[in-house]
Design a protein around this ligand. Structure first.
Ligand code: ADP
Length: 160
């Protein structure tokens, strides 16, 4: 059984993340969404909130998806979960340099784990959680980027 992890902040999850997860499920039998809880990173949503949003967006849609939080190195958690690959998404060339560094760092740490990259549908190639947060801050239309239940949570955060 081919098992992979898909690590990220998911702050919040967007249609771009979902697109990558669906592509990965065509290659892997099980996909574990690894939500990073790095306390040094500033997040808009808490780990619990991010988990809830990922669950609502993906869990019900697929029985081969699991969701976990992670406060360790990605490769350590990947080994612990018995997965063999790390899935990441590529939007544009700008993602490449960071992903290149991360992949080689991860390989130096654990050579049994490899990384696999998927490209999203063109319509999500500019979409990031940060873009979504910036639009929400000014009450812009989020319907092309996140489902309504996430848009509502975002507007609420910025109008508190
Ligand atoms: P990070 O905190 O590592 O940037 P993110 O939650 O932003 O994590 O993203 C996790 C992964 O999903 C990364 O590989 C990122 O490139 C990918 N990703 C996010 N949004 C998109 C998108 N719109 N299209 C393709 N990949 C994406």
């Amino acid at each position: 059984m081919k098992k992979a992890v898909y690590p990220g902040s998911f702050d919040p999850i967007t249609f771009g993340h979902k697109d990558i997860a669906e592509r990965a499920l065509k290659v892997f039998d099980e996909l574990i969404i690894l939500i990073s809880t790095n306390p040094n990173k500033k997040h808009l949503f808490s780990a619990e909130e991010r988990t809830e949003l990922v669950k609502k967006m993906l869990d019900g849609a697929h029985d081969r998806i699991r969701i976990c939080t992670n406060d360790q190195l990605t490769v350590s958690k990947t080994m612990e979960l018995g997965a063999t690959h790390i899935v990441r998404g590529l939007r544009a060339v700008t993602d490449f340099e960071y992903e290149f560094q991360m992949t080689h760092a991860n390989r130096a740490l654990e050579k049994r784990i490899d990384s696999v990259f998927f490209m999203t549908d063109n319509k999500y190639s500019f979409l990031s959680s940060n873009t979504v947060k910036e639009i929400a801050e000014f009450n812009g239309d989020l319907s092309n980027f996140v489902p309504d239940f996430i848009a509502e949570k975002l507007y609420k955060k910025f109008n508190q």
